[in-house]
Design a binder for this molecule. Sequence first.
Ligand SMILES: C[S@@+](CC[C@H](N)C(=O)[O-])C[C@H]1O[C@@H](n2cnc3c(N)ncnc32)[C@H](O)[C@@H]1O
Length: 325
Amino acid sequence: MMITSKSLNRKSIPAPLPSIAEDVLEGLSRTPKSLPPKLLYDATGSDLFEQITCLPEYYPTRTEAGILTVHAEEICSHLRRNVSVSELGAGTATKTRILLRSLVRQQFGVNYFPLDVSDAALQLAKDEVESELSRVKVHPQLGDFDNLTFLEHQSPPRLVLYIGSSIGNLENDAAIALLQNIARNLSTGDKLLLGADLVKDINVMHAAYNDEAGVTALFNKNLLVRINRELSGHFDPESFCHISFWNEAESRIELHLESACRQAVRIDTLDMTFHFDRGERIHTENSYKYTVEHLENLLRSGGFQVEHTWTDPDSWFAVSLGVIT
Ligand SMILES: C[S@@+](CC[C@H](N)C(=O)[O-])C[C@H]1O[C@@H](n2cnc3c(N)ncnc32)[C@H](O)[C@@H]1O
């Protein structure tokens, strides 16, 4: 699915996002250097992510889609009638349509509030969902996870989706803080469906982030292209290598960009020059892998009672439903 500028209709999406300048300045001034993974998702990044989800090595999307397809009716049977649906980091909401299809069989209409930092992805989500499901009204929310007050403004009962193992981008404390923030904006009986990737054979996990076609490498390096475009940066993306490896102690896959040489990179908008040694890395993403027990404990720490967890036959991925009691 290609995200093009033609598919953008900014009028329908409120609230522009702040510039990435602050995040870039802070992240590249640190030792070791790091950038927040949300910066990976400009229009090109969202398009590359869509391509990643179709790669043979990238099992998470098709595995989670399989769980949702097999159990959609059962998941919806746990929901109260006239539930409104929100989604954090919805992207293009391709998988979400599996659930929405089941929901519109159970209730006349659905209000769907996808939140994302990528306006290109959000617009595609709106177009695709509304053209397939005429009884779903999409209300895109352009913004960051740190402002979830839009949840509070919806009429209960509410279902929040946080799928795609996006929670795996967060360290444990940040994941719990985000779940607690979601819970604070909900009320008794509201539910959260949380999808997360499980620990498995290292080779399977490693291949998913080191695909042969090199799409994940392009996705990672696009961050430098974005900084060049949005902040008048002078990165040469070819002088950085995509690095991805399994960190056993932390139970996570890490993505980095590694400088192939000693170099200095100026970013005009920041009026700063950043120095890189040969082999020095910018840490761009973590993707934590869980056990079902860990995932359910996260939900509990976030303030939810676990209702049910669904997995695939290989136990590669889990989708867990929590409720505010
Ligand atoms: C791994 S993708 C998952 C997309 C989709 N949910 C799926 O399952 O395929 C993560 C999505 O979350 C969005 N995202 C990442 N960090 C975010 C943040 N801090 N606030 C809002 N959206 C964010 C990205 O733009 C991207 O669309």
